[in-house]
Each structure stands twice: as C-alpha cells, then as structure tokens.
Design a protein around this ligand. Structure first.
Ligand code: ATP
Length: 341
C-alpha cells in the first residue's frame, strides 16, 4: 500500500510553471523532506497535496483513493490531511488542552479528554495543559500545534517549515522532538524545509527541487554521498569542483591524479573540503597559497589558491595555526564524485 502517490503534477501561476512534472511515492510511516531554495515550489506542492491549490495537470492519490485528477477534486477537509505551519496558529484565548480539543469536534467528552491527555503526554507538555498560548515558549507552542494536528490521527501530516522561526539551539531540540513524535505515532509525513539539517535528521527520504523540477529523490545518505548533479552537491554544503582531463590511468586534475577508469575525455570532480589536507610536505603534494581563513569554532575554513589561480576550500581543525599569505602544500585524501562530460 502506498500512502501518498503523486503522478506527474504541474502547476502554473499566470502562465509561469512553478511545479514541473512532479512525482512522488510515500510509504505508510515514511517521512519525506522537500528541500529547495526559496521559490522552488515546495509549499505549492504541499498546498496541492492538502487541496488548497489545484494542480494544472496530474493526479494525487491518498491510500489508493484519488483526491485529484482531471475529473476528481476532493475538498481539503475530506482528505484527512493535517498541516503544521511555522506560525503555530493556536487560538490565543484557549488553553493548550482546549486548543488541542478544538480539532476533535466529532468525539464525545470522554474520548476528547483521553486523546488530549495522550497528545499532551506525547509532546511532553501535560503540566502546561491549562496554559494559554501567551504563557508558552516558541518551542512549546510548536509542540502544542503538532499535538493538535496529530490529535485527529491524520492520514498524512504536512509540515511547512515548522522550525524556521526558532533559534539555533531550540531548532536542534525540536528537530529531535519532531522526529521522535512522528516515529512514535508512526505518522506518514511530508516536511518542507530549506535547511539541510532538518531534512537529514528528520526524513527517511529527501526530494531536492530546483525551479519546480525534481533534481534527486534519495535517502539523506545517498543525497550527500552520491549527488546526481552539481546543484545537489552544492546544496548540501561547501564543495569544490575541479576539472579533470582523461589520461592513461585516470583523470588529471589541478589537485593531482584521480585514479579511476576514465570513460570520457573531460570530467568535473566533486571534492568536499574535509578531503583535502594541508601539509608542509613538498613531495607528492600540490603547492598552494593561503588566501583566506575563517574561524568557525571547532574548525576553520581555509581558501587556498593553486598555481593556476583556482581557489579551493578546505576545513582544518581549529588548533592548526595557519596564516593568510603562507605558502604550503595540499594533498587530496579522497574524492567524492566524478561527473563525466
Ligand atoms: N498564489 C500564487 N500566485 C502567483 N504566484 C505564486 C502563488 N503562490 C506561489 N507563487 C509563486 O510560485 C513560486 C513557488 O512558490 P512556493 O511558495 O511554492 O516556493 P517555496 O519553495 O515554498 O518557497 P519558500 O521557501 O520561500 O516558501 C514562487 O515564484 C512564487 O512567487
């Protein structure tokens, strides 16, 4: 059984395509993150799943039932889909428990009390049940909002940038809380984010979108280690690209020989900053000049200039003392991916 099956949906606004031939299958209990730059069409996809927007073409099925096609449009309230927004959107005059109970219009009092208590326990806020929104912190508000969405046992939970308004420390904590709560309730969920850590920590599967077009659908590990293209590689952190030319036992690059079986004349090699080492050793190494250093706490980021003028970014431990202007050497410890051309 597939929980959510999206087939080739398109969306245009004023003639401009914002979602192009988007397809996705989500298994029950799976958590999928849609990630992309601002304006890439993520929220539009979420709105089409919820039924707040109609696709220009394509089909959407929820647990085998078609909720959108040329002939069919199931209203949002009939889809059993819940949505969590970055702004918690709780009623300010109602307590936490009443906000959660509000979603449970079709239950009797006893059922309501039980579900509300279960939900407050789930999000770890039972003792705050009588608090009104203004008496709760941002993280607590977001957890109550999640509890309210989950109270109706939705077939699908849609999370639109739920952590974007939180500070860094709270974001990290809430990421883990959301993951735990979703796992514990075995909820099928789609998360929209532009933060790679949200996607990597919370999701089982990540969809990278650029200008409405899917670039890759994969596990977080595969997205990071085997990106389909240079855009995906770039999106998930600092990367270097160097040009390679075919030679008898690999590709020749400005960072040395990459030993592999060359299949094309030219290639671009993806090298992550952690795979380049700085050394004073001048044999089997490449001479470089340090042109920039940036302190990031546990590590520092260096910009190196090769003899041909090409600049490379590397990360080194904070303890290694290196100054701008120093002439040193670098060594390639590993390469990440070859894009053949
Ligand atoms: N109702 C609308 N009418 C016209 N254009 C719209 C409408 N809603 C969204 N758009 C446009 O569609 C494109 C995709 O918007 P969308 O909100 O889906 O992107 P997003 O990836 O979610 O961005 P963000 O991360 O900033 O929320 C944008 O160019 C946006 O301006």
């Amino acid at each position: 059984m597939i929980a959510l099956h999206i087939e080739n949906i398109y969306k245009k606004y004023q003639g401009k395509p914002v979602v192009v031939d988007f397809s996705l299958q989500v298994a029950p209990g799976e958590v999928v993150a849609l990630i992309g730059e601002s304006g890439s069409g993520k929220s539009t996809i979420l709105k089409m799943i919820a039924g707040f927007e109609k696709p220009s073409a394509g089909q959407i099925h929820l647990y085998g039932k078609t909720v959108y096609s040329n002939e069919i449009f199931v209203e949002p309230e009939q889809r059993q889909v819940a949505m969590v927004f970055p702004y918690h959107a709780l009623f300010p005059h109602l307590s936490a428990e009443k906000n959660i109970a509000f979603a449970l219009q079709h239950h009797n009092r006893r059922q309501k009390r039980k579900i509300v208590e279960d939900m407050l326990n789930l999000v770890g806020l039972l003792e705050f049940r009588k608090h009104k929104p203004h008496q709760l912190s941002s993280g607590q508000l977001q957890r109550i909002s999640l509890a309210r969405s989950l109270a109706i046992k939705p077939k699908l939970l849609l999370l639109d940038e739920p952590l974007s308004k939180l500070d860094v420390m709270l974001k990290k904590y809430m990421r883990e809380q959301i993951k735990r709560i979703i796992q514990q309730t075995q909820t099928t969920a789609i998360l929209v984010t532009h933060d790679k850590e949200d996607a990597f920590v919370i999701a089982d599967k990540v969809v990278v979108i650029k200008d409405g077009v899917t670039q890759q659908i994969d596990t977080p590990q595969k997205i990071y280690t085997t990106p389909h293209n240079e855009y995906v590689a770039h999106f998930f952190g600092e990367v270097n690209f160097v040009e390679g030319k075919k030679s008898c036992n690999g590709y020749n690059t400005p960072l040395g020989m990459i030993e592999t079986l060359p299949t094309t004349e030219n290639c671009t090699v993806l090298i992550r900053p952690e795979n380049v080492e700085i050394t004073t050793e001048n044999s089997d190494t490449i001479p470089v000049t340090i042109v920039k250093t940036v302190f990031y706490g546990a590590q520092q980021e260096l910009t190196l200039e090769l003899e041909n003028g090409k600049k490379i970014t590397v990360f080194i431990p904070q303890q290694q003392k290196i100054e701008v202007g120093e002439q040193l050497f670098c060594k390639l410890n590993a390469w990440d991916k070859i894009f053949e051309r």
